[in-house]
Design a protein. Structure first.
Length: 278
């Protein structure tokens, strides 16, 4: 009897899961836009290929509202590390998928996304390894490697601006993990791009990495951040009010940089964030 009940429950849960997953309205794939023109400004991925994003247009009451999601995916901290990354989708638009899956705040049904389903929704591909903040003219003559995250952010925002963001009434910049850090670091720049009358907010998700020591007592994250800042030439793109009072790599820590961000910023973070715990 118990076995039968268990089997029935398993069967029913599979049936329910299958039903949810096969409801075709639940899948939204959006084609890629490769921004060829950005290469003229030197706004390129690690391998020199043009940057990319996915845009799904808003309509109705959401027509003049925009939500921009910056993809995450850690960072690269050395030339060999960045060269490795340049052969993957996190470093080259030649390796990105033709279409990407939109879910949650990027979805277009009110069931999955009650607040933003009819907004213009954008996923910006992460291909610079520096949270959209690097800007180095030439890394090393013999390495075909480009560190241009800040230019990518600017080029893509300008392209979206010409596609309607210039008349935005509401705009949210958001992102997860390294994309959440990018959200904080680019929040005020984003605000500056938009009309003065627009309501602009930033939401950093799973990016409040604290400056703590490992269980061995080493400063792993601080060391990592120092390498990233030095390699990617980040100092000039971090808020100068922060870098003028502390070592620039410390300005990658949310706890230190947030006081210098002027645009309203919301934080979503688990106490047990898996990257931080590791
Ligand atoms: C997306 O790309 C595919 C394949 O390149 C194409 O067939 C399809 O029409 C495109 N969809 C839209 C909405 O542009
Ligand atoms: C969501 O987008 C898809 C693909 O563009 C479209 O076919 C579908 O009708 C949209 N759903 C709603 C509720 O707007």
């Amino acid at each position: 009897m118990t076995t039968f009940v268990l089997a029935l429950l398993v069967f029913l849960s599979i049936l329910c899961a299958t039903h949810v997953l096969t409801n075709k309205d639940d899948f939204l794939y959006v084609n890629i836009t490769i921004l060829q023109s950005a290469t003229a400004q030197g706004a390129v991925c690690l391998d020199g290929s043009p940057p990319a994003y996915h845009l799904h247009r808003g309509y109705g009451t959401g027509f003049r509202s925009w939500i921009i999601y910056l993809e995450g995916g850690s960072w690269c901290e050395s030339i060999p590390d960045c060269l490795d990354r340049s052969t993957t989708s996190l470093g080259s638009s030649n390796h990105m998928k033709q279409h990407d899956f939109f879910a949650g705040v990027l979805h277009n049904t009110s069931k999955q996304n009650p607040e933003f389903h009819n907004w213009n929704r954008v996923k910006v591909k992460y291909c610079d390894g520096s949270s959209f903040t690097s800007d180095v003219e030439q890394v090393h003559p013999e390495n075909k490697l480009y560190l241009r995250g800040a230019r990518i952010f600017k080029a893509i925002m300008e392209d979206l601006w010409s596609k309607g963001m210039k008349s935005a009434e509401n705009a949210i910049l958001t992102g997860t993990s390294a994309g959440g850090l990018a959200t904080m670091l680019n929040c005020d720049k984003f605000k500056c791009l938009l009309p003065e009358s627009a309501k602009v907010k930033c939401v950093a998700d799973a990016a409040f990495f604290i400056n703590s020591k490992t269980i061995y007592g080493t400063s792993y994250i601080q060391e990592l951040y120092r390498k990233i800042v030095n390699l990617h030439g980040l100092t000039k793109n971090l808020p100068s009010a922060c870098t003028s009072v502390m070592e620039p790599s410390l300005c990658l820590f949310s706890q230190n940089v947030i006081p210098y961000i002027q645009t309203p910023l919301f934080i979503i973070n688990s106490i047990y964030d898996s990257w931080q715990v590791k």
